[in-house]
Design a binder for this molecule. Structure first.
Ligand SMILES: O=C(O)CCC(=O)C(=O)O
Ligand SMILES: [Fe+2]
Length: 365
């Protein structure tokens, strides 16, 4: 981010990174906005470039091949999955088995959630980083210490091993629970396939990562149309936490971009394709064989965008570092270990300031 000026109240806002004064949607609804309100303006000191190339080369992985009884088809898919994780750190997943009707009803109810009056949602304003349900907006500090508010209304809920969800609108909670359970099964299969590719015993991996009680959180991001999209962001560049994030986007509305070899690319999933981002903890656990992708979201003038991301990590009590057999094979760990729960509790503010834990945890020899 190139902005360099410091806004007047930057430190006050940043002491309270989550806020829920007014949703972006209610601002859009209440007036015929021609200009971006200044608190969302990231350009105070210089502007930023959000151009990106189109995404033909983002890998596509066929989940049905990963679970196929045909050993040749399966081993080809495992190798392709490992290749996508090593190269792009992001890919499209097809034939994932997540039912279309379930995804459609998840989007319908989530869209309703973001239309509830602000007063109904303010009860979920983030009081602490460990709140199981957080809803509102997010203040971000740029590398040049400027604070601005993202053009995004969000809901973040922890859904496993403990399940939390707002009670309204019904039956959002039932739909989320069903969807999260199905996503866990997909992710477990992909973690198993990656483990196999790294010649790690699947049972060892399940056990050491405590996958039965894996931590899972759902983040829904709603980006209303923006009068001046070039002056703000939906989400600044970041890496996801955990192993894999499964991201569903409605109606092909663009916005997600990933960085690959220093260049930004659009990541626009075709219908029924999920986006999968490799998270920081898979990079660490694989001792660097898998790469977590750095990605961001830009907003647009015409169309609202709703994206639902489910992040999947190890069990909350796991001390996560590179897998011991890989360290032995490589002769050294390339990352330090961390307590996953402690990390999650400190993560909210850290993920959005341009720093990844990978920068901190990587060991430079
Ligand atoms: O809105 C999106 O497409 C991506 C959201 C995202 O990157 C996240 O929730 O971590
Ligand atoms: Fe993300």
């Amino acid at each position: 981010m190139a902005a360099s000026a410091v806004s007047e109240n930057s430190s006050a806002d940043f002491d309270h990174p989550f806020e829920f004064k007014k949703s972006v949607q209610s601002i859009v609804d209440s007036s015929d906005l021609k200009h971006l309100p200044s608190k969302y303006n990231l350009e105070l000191g210089g502007g930023h470039d959000t151009s990106a190339e189109s995404c033909e080369s983002v890998p596509v992985i066929d989940f049905s091949a990963l679970t196929s009884g045909d050993p040749l088809r399966r081993s080809k898919a495992v190798a392709e999955l490992a290749g996508a994780c090593a190269d792009w750190g992001v890919f499209f997943l097809v034939n994932h088995g997540l039912p279309e009707e379930l995804v459609a009803s998840l989007f319908a109810k989530m869209r309703e959630f973001f239309s509830l009056p602000d007063d109904d949602r303010k009860q979920y304003e983030g009081k602490s980083t460990s709140s199981p349900i957080v809803c509102g907006n997010f203040n971000v500090k740029t590398t040049s210490n400027q604070t601005f508010t993202l053009w995004r209304d969000f809901l973040k809920i922890h859904v496993h091993p403990e399940f939390h969800c707002p009670s309204k609108p019904e039956p959002l909670s039932e739909i989320v629970e069903e969807y999260a359970g199905r996503v866990r099964r997909v992710v477990r299969e992909m973690v198993g396939a990656i483990a196999e590719h790294m010649e790690l015993d699947r049972d060892y991996v399940e056990e050491v990562l405590e996958l039965k009680s894996s931590h899972q959180k759902l983040g829904a991001s709603f980006y209303p149309p923006c009068p001046q999209p070039d002056k703000t962001l939906g989400l600044p560049p970041h890496n996801d936490t955990g192993f894999f994030t499964i991201l569903a986007v409605r109606d092909g509305v663009p916005g997600l971009q990933t960085q690959h070899h220093g260049q930004w690319f659009e990541v626009n999933p075709p219908p029924n394709h999920m986006v999968v981002n490799v998270g920081e903890h898979l990079e660490i656990f694989s001792n660097g064989r898998c790469k977590s992708d750095f990605h961001r979201v830009v907003v647009n003038k015409e169309r609202e965008r709703l994206a639902i991301a489910v992040g999947n990590g190890p069990g909350p009590e796991v001390v996560l570092g590179p897998a011991a057999p890989l360290v032995e094979r490589d002769g050294r760990p390339n990352y330090r270990s961390m307590n996953y729960r402690e990390y999650m509790e400190s993560q909210f503010t850290r993920a959005y300031n341009g720093m990844s834990i990978l920068d901190e945890q990587k060991i430079h020899y």
